[in-house]
Design a protein around this ligand. Structure first.
Ligand code: SAJ
Length: 428
């Protein structure tokens, strides 16, 4: 049966393309006209390996189309997916407005026996307490008249198509028939194991547990790195040695945690627990540790410059990378932003190089955009994002011999041997 997918973003568009590739007719629904036009002309608005080719083919085959017209889309299908963004607002409370507006649009055209699948990351309980009541405004009853399932998306940006088709998937439904229907649908696109859980709320909780696990572990790595710093211990060497223990897997310290997932999802747990009278000190402390990392990097830069008789104020600082992680164009919640803004507020001349992130975004932080060579001529070079192309940087390319490498992609010894002063998170 044909499918409508609400949200043609980082997760919605690859899902739409994969379902279309499996032979289903898919209509993507998005509020952004530009996105809809791009998809209809066979282009991908998102940088993701392999995606554009897949979109192009699906559109040419007539299996994939896009529209802003929600009602006609819902009317023409029997399966509707919600894959829209769920950010947090300034108070770190979940902003479910996109889920709400999609649910309302679906409700307006919902038919008997339709299946609604939610993939957006949400505070546990959202399907039961918010989405279903909105869908039931159609006059139909969840379970009896229409089906509802929740399945979190777990694919890793930059490896999305592979992970969507190979990762294990967790599915929970409002009743077992809902779960079963969703399972058979996802079997069309994934070779990965499909794990059925009891209900909607369990599936919602699984997703938040995964991303909170990762955020908390990265926070631990970052805090340990800062302790290493005070001792003159190289954190990367120490972590690699510790990870030889069979039950230890310390994550990688860095300039902070970015992206639309890890830096947001833990707050959904904090919020939902608090509503039930429970505080979550560990999760909250981890968020704070990770959010403080850009400030820690500024301190490391300051010390490095002081060693050269310079200050942040008046120095040229070359920043390599603005994206939240390597080889992506995504700058959402990137630690590069607060880092760059703090350097600018301290009167540094910040020169940013990033071949992927859109120049407008970088300029909106007040920074200048430069080529790699120019960035490497700065008073200090600060590597922020682990883009693969930065792995080719050689010691002699660092003109002023001062490098703050916040990611372990360059070999410390090689640089030091060539006279480069090599600093980093936990490597000072
Ligand atoms: N990072 C570190 N140290 C590490 C690992 C990551 O500093 O040891 C940083 C990265 O540089 C980046 C951030 O953390 O700034 C997050 O990067 P990531 O690659 O770990 O994860 P995301 O946000 O791109 O994708 C995550 C994934 N979740 C998990 O691995 C548990 C992905 O599977 C989810 O689908 C995605 O969130 C999501 O959509 O929720």
């Amino acid at each position: 049966s044909p499918i409508a997918i609400f949200g043609l973003g980082h997760m919605g568009l690859p899902t739409a393309a994969l379902l279309a590739k499996s032979g289903l007719k898919v209509v993507g629904v998005d509020i952004n006209k530009e996105t809809v036009e791009m998809v209809n002309s066979g282009q991908s608005p998102i940088m993701e390996p392999g995606l554009e080719a897949m979109v192009k083919k699906a559109v040419e085959n007539g299996c994939l189309s896009a529209t802003t017209d929600t009602l006609s889309a819902v009317g023409a299908v029997n399966v509707i997916m919600i894959i829209v963004p769920t950010p947090v607002d300034d108070d770190k409370k979940s902003d479910l407005s996109a889920v709400i507006s999609a649910s309302k649009s679906i409700s307006a055209g919902l038919k008997k026996d339709d299946l609604v699948i939610i993939e957006s990351t949400v505070p546990p309980g959202t399907c039961e307490n918010l989405v279903i009541p909105l869908l039931e405004k159609s006059g139909l009853k969840a379970g009896a008249d229409f089906k509802v399932a929740y399945t979190p998306e777990r694919a890793l940006p930059n490896n999305t198509l592979y992970e969507m088709t190979h990762n294990a998937r967790v599915i929970g439904g409002v009743d077992s028939e809902s779960t079963q229907m969703a399972v058979s649908l996802y079997h069309r696109i994934t070779e990965g194991e499909i794990i059925m859980v009891q209900d909607l709320v369990t599936a919602e909780m699984v997703k938040l547990m995964e991303n909170t696990y990762r955020d908390t572990n990265i926070a631990l790595a970052n805090e340990l790195a800062l302790v290493c710093d005070t001792l003159g211990v190289d954190a990367i060497e120490a972590i690699q040695a510790a990870n030889h223990h069979p039950r230890v897997n310390i994550h990688t310290p860095g300039p902070g945690v970015g992206g639309h997932c890890l830096s947001i999802d833990p707050y959904f747990l904090v919020e939902i627990a608090r509503e039930r009278g429970l505080e979550t000190p560990l999760i909250q402390a981890s968020r704070k540790v990770n959010e403080d990392m850009p400030g820690e990097v500024v301190r490391i830069i300051q010390k490095a410059l002081e060693g050269e008789g310079k200050t942040i104020s008046g120095s040229k600082i070359g920043v390599l990378g603005a994206a939240y992680k390597g080889n992506v164009a995504d700058a959402r919640e990137t630690p590069a932003k607060p880092l760059i803004e703090e350097l600018i507020s301290k009167n540094a001349d910040v020169l940013v190089n990033d071949p992927y992130v859109s120049p407008e975004i970088i300029r909106s932080w007040g920074a200048q955009i430069v080529g790699l060579e120019t960035a490497l001529e700065s008073d200090v070079v600060v590597l922020v994002t682990d883009h693969d192309l930065y792995r080719n940087i050689k010691p002699e390319m660092i003109k002023n011999r001062l490098l703050v490498c916040t990611r372990p992609i360059l070999d410390r010894e090689t640089f030091q041997k060539e006279g480069v002063i090599f600093k980093g998170v936990g490597r000072s």
